[in-house]
Design a protein around this ligand. Structure first.
Ligand code: HEM
Length: 456
């Protein structure tokens, strides 16, 4: 993975302007559409709802008068027409015998998506304003990222066959926003989960497919659960692991991890494998911004999961493998999360604290109580990690990928490496978190066993 992307500002297309009154030139009024049955349909120019101007998806009319600025206009497009076009394309792909076939399907919709998004990008890039506060710049970064992610999904760009992004304006807008925020210049998990502000209940998404919303909502709940567990353990750092009052925070951590277990169960039981694999996951592929390729977002791009790893002591920042993983994911996190993770890396783990106290204090009530609670938290955390790998990754990625040929499996993962390599890396993380008895990696298996042996 590479950082510090150079902004790619060469513009090879004529700029489209916003029309007087705010409607986008070549936008909804003039758009040629392809419906589900493949026929072309034209969105009416008189403002009556057309194929895309669906009032369910568009809480505000796209008439420009209520759009206060370019950023809001882009936001509205992303929440309405963009979603509708992606959904229509997904239905076209999904209806085919070969659901992975994308090239040559729904071309007029793809071109409308590309051109309408481009118009918004041009207006925002010309405005050059990321100074309206964090939320505004973060929102634009997410929207341009969703746009580029969709272009990648629909094969209008593919890093494997290009040396630079064919979308230089979107790239330079993304780089500008990303650099000003201190984040990678692409959409991050937070854009679709914990910083995905609902408008009258509607969250941002690529499509309006039920399975995408299920995935986004459960990922959000999962991240929130792990964040709560991490908050609880952070309180114990300040209390000290020998503090009798730590019991309430161990309880809070256990409760949050039990919620995470429920999230994973719901996903495993309710998410449709085919829909997820063919219509949701492909939006999380890597893509180029300027010349550099950035890995896709995944639900792990928040600090809470690593705070848990480090505070429990199951993973260590001085382990070269794990330390590199932390460095690699830092810029995919919100700046606040980056700061939390960096601070957490300077802490001593609760496990190391307990092991140091063990020889002298193992017989005391506080040691017995807190060591037991600590081991319970570790057990629950390990269960969430095992679920992630053995149920979610296996069921939703590994098995469906096995049914595809090698060529179609390429570019399947969010981080980019071939699937078997990614699976081995995820297996290592699972085994660190369950403290497996694996001599080839530095798990805490023996240390946990020592602690367990000290319990009455
Ligand atoms: C259907 C559900 C899910 C599937 C199929 C899935 C699959 C994956 C895959 C394949 C990766 C590796 C990223 C890549 O492609 O390069 C990953 C990473 C990750 N996912 Fe999930 N995931 C799911 C849901 C969740 C949920 C609900 C959470 C909890 C918040 C989560 C947490 C993580 C974390 C923390 C990582 C980073 C690697 C790690 O630290 O373990 N995932 N996931």
């Amino acid at each position: 993975m590479q950082w510090g992307a150079r902004s790619d500002t060469g513009c090879d297309k004529p700029l489209k302007a916003l029309e007087p009154g705010g409607s986008v030139a070549g936008g909804p009024a003039a758009r040629v559409l392809q419906s589900r049955d493949g026929t072309d349909q034209r969105s009416p120019a008189d403002g009556t709802p057309g194929l895309r101007e669906d009032n369910v998806l568009a809480p505000r009319r796209y008439d420009g008068r209520r759009m206060s600025n370019n950023a809001e206009s882009f936001e509205h497009w992303i929440r309405t027409s963009f979603v509708q076009m992606n959904t229509e394309l997904e239905e076209l792909y999904f209806a085919q015998q070969d659901r992975s076939r994308v090239i040559g399907v729904g071309e007029s919709i793809k071109h409308a998506l590309r051109d309408e998004g481009h118009t918004h990008v041009i207006a925002l890039r010309a405005e050059g304003n990321t100074g309206e506060g964090f939320d505004s710049a973060f929102g634009v970064l997410g929207n341009v990222g969703l746009y580029l992610g969709a272009l990648r999904r629909h094969e209008l760009t593919n890093p494997a066959r290009e040396e630079r992004s064919p979308f230089p304006e979107a790239s330079s807008l993304a780089v500008h926003c990303g650099a000003s925020l201190g984040m990678a210049p692409r959409f991050a998990t937070a854009h679709l989960t914990i910083h995905n502000r609902a408008r009258a209940g509607l969250r941002k998404s690529f499509t309006s497919l039920a399975d995408e919303f299920l995935f986004i909502d459960e990922n959000t709940r999962g991240i929130l659960s792990l964040q709560r567990a991490a908050d609880a353990l952070t309180s114990i750092v300040h209390l000290g692991v020998s503090n009798p009052a730590a019991d309430v925070m161990f309880e809070a951590a256990k409760h949050s991890l039990q919620e995470m277990i429920q999230v994973n169960r719901r996903l495993a039981a309710s998410l449709d494998v085919e829909r997820f694999f063919h219509c949701v996951r492909p939006y999380y592929k890597p893509y180029r911004v300027g010349r550099l390729e950035y890995r896709g977002a995944n639900a792990g791009d928040f600090s809470g999961i690593n705070e848990l790893d480090l505070l429990l002591g199951l993973c260590r920042a001085n382990d070269p493998y794990y330390g590199q993983l932390l460095v690699d994911k830092l810029l995919f996190m919100l700046p606040g999360d980056q700061a939390r993770l960096k601070e957490c890396m300077t802490r001593r783990s609760l496990l190391d604290e307990l092991l140091e106290l063990l020889p002298e204090h193992a017989a005391t009530d506080w040691f017995q109580r807190n060591a037991r609670a600590f081991l319970e938290v570790c057990g629950l955390f390990g269960r969430t990690a095992a679920q992630h790998h053995d149920e979610l990754v296996k069921r939703f990625i590994e098995r469906p990928a096995a049914r595809l040929g090698e060529e179609q499996s390429q570019g399947l993962t969010a981080s980019g490496p071939p699937l078997p390599v990614l699976l081995r890396a995820l297996e290592v993380l699972r085994d660190l978190r369950v403290a497996a008895d694996r001599p080839d990696i530095a798990t805490r298996h023996r240390d946990l066993a020592r602690l367990r042996a000290a319990l009455r």
